[in-house]
Design a protein around this ligand. Structure first.
Ligand SMILES: NC(=O)c1ccc[n+]([C@@H]2O[C@H](COP(=O)([O-])OP(=O)(O)OC[C@H]3O[C@@H](n4cnc5c(N)ncnc54)[C@H](O)[C@@H]3O)[C@@H](O)[C@H]2O)c1
Length: 318
């Protein structure tokens, strides 16, 4: 297949592009290297990809660029990962999130329709469920109370794609990812910050009392979910949770990091930000049934692989 991957320089996008190329797909990536975290990380990801595929440095909001890209290539499908992804920053600049995550999705989907490209896999988020209060979220659960502008932008993009499927016959598979972690993770995410601080003997800021919990998804499982969606998603619009169905309590996660890193984390407590949810947990029955998705990586082994990667990249940086 010939595929466009948006957000290819990012954490999940760079892994996905590699996987697709490795299995023989022809992949073109697009990414504007926006600076919400260290751009050198994205440039490093891109350098590695460029050896194997074409990557366009550009913005999905740039309509003439999209036009040229779709004119030049006859894509069989698109995996849309480009987005502003941080929950907390979305509170400070909600308009940016609506612009990139909603308008950007609209522009991309419009370009697809104009060029008769039908198959789209869209990276949405568990945050659309709001605060799960500990119960496993199903795809049919209510999504009217997103806790952050980021969550609202993802839900808005989902609805926009429903409408474009209805009007234009776009085939859309929406993947609601539950906190993805692993090598090349965004440095502003908790597992990254806590691991690096513990390695350096620096204090960790823990939001809340440590009882909040997350369903963590190893990046290889997240990538497998996207590949299965490309290959097996039913016609029309479909929505799947991609997670592990395994709640990890924050305090426990910090202890496991300490165990793997080999030193005691120094924890400082701070109030929980209003935009953060207390619990996430995925019901993954639908993805298992329709796509054959099954998470393969245990949390501890995933954490070990992440910490090993972080040590190597921290040594390189020193
Ligand atoms: N990592 C997670 O835990 C997680 C969880 C749920 C959903 N998601 C979603 O998965 C996708 C990928 O997340 P990630 O963790 O890899 O984030 P990331 O920030 O590493 O990757 C997103 C990429 O999109 C690019 N981008 C942003 N705006 C763009 C624009 N206007 N034009 C072109 N490129 C643009 C960025 O430069 C970045 O490289 C995002 O849509 C995110 O919302 C991620």
């Amino acid at each position: 297949m010939k595929l466009l991957v948006t957000g290819a320089a990012g954490f999940i996008g760079s892994h996905l592009a590699e996987r697709l190329v490795a299995r023989g797909d022809e992949v073109v990536g697009i990414d504007n290297l926006e600076p919400s975290y260290d751009v050198a990380i994205k440039q490093r990801n891109l350098r590695q990809l460029r050896e194997r595929m074409e990557v366009v440095e550009g913005d999905i909001l740039d309509a003439p660029l999209l036009e040229r890209l779709f004119d030049e290539h006859r894509f069989d499908g698109v995996v849309h990962l480009a987005a502003l992804a941080g929950v907390r920053r979305s509170v400070e600049a909600p308009w940016l999130y609506q612009q990139v995550n909603v308008e950007g999705t609209a522009r991309l989907a419009h370009a697809m329709v104009q060029h008769d490209v039908r198959r789209l896999v869209f990276a949405s988020s568990s945050s659309v469920y709001g605060d799960g209060a500990g119960a496993a979220s199903r795809e049919t659960d209510p999504t009217e109370s997103p806790s952050s502008p980021y969550a609202a932008s993802k839900r808005a993009a989902e609805l926009l794609l429903h409408s474009m499927s209805h009007v234009h016959g776009l085939e859309v598979c929406i993947l609601r990812y539950f906190t993805v972690f692993g090598p090349r993770q965004r440095p502003n995410m908790a597992i990254y910050r806590f691991s690096l601080a513990t390695m350096r003997g620096e204090p960790i800021t823990m939001f809340g009392d440590g009882h909040s919990s997350r369903d963590y998804t190893y990046v290889d499982d997240a990538v497998r979910g996207a590949v299965l969606a490309l290959d097996r998603a039913p016609r029309g619009v479909s929505t799947y949770n991609i997670g592990s169905h395994r709640p990890i309590v924050l305090r426990d996660m910090i202890d496991r990091i300490g165990h793997i890193v080999g030193s005691e984390p120094v924890v400082e407590q701070a109030p929980m930000p209003a935009a953060d949810v207390s619990h996430t947990l995925a019901n993954i029955d639908a993805a298992g049934r329709d796509l054959g998705y099954e998470p393969a990586m245990s949390f501890d082994e995933g954490l070990r692989q992440f910490v090993a990667w972080l040590r190597r990249s921290d040594e390189r940086a020193c």
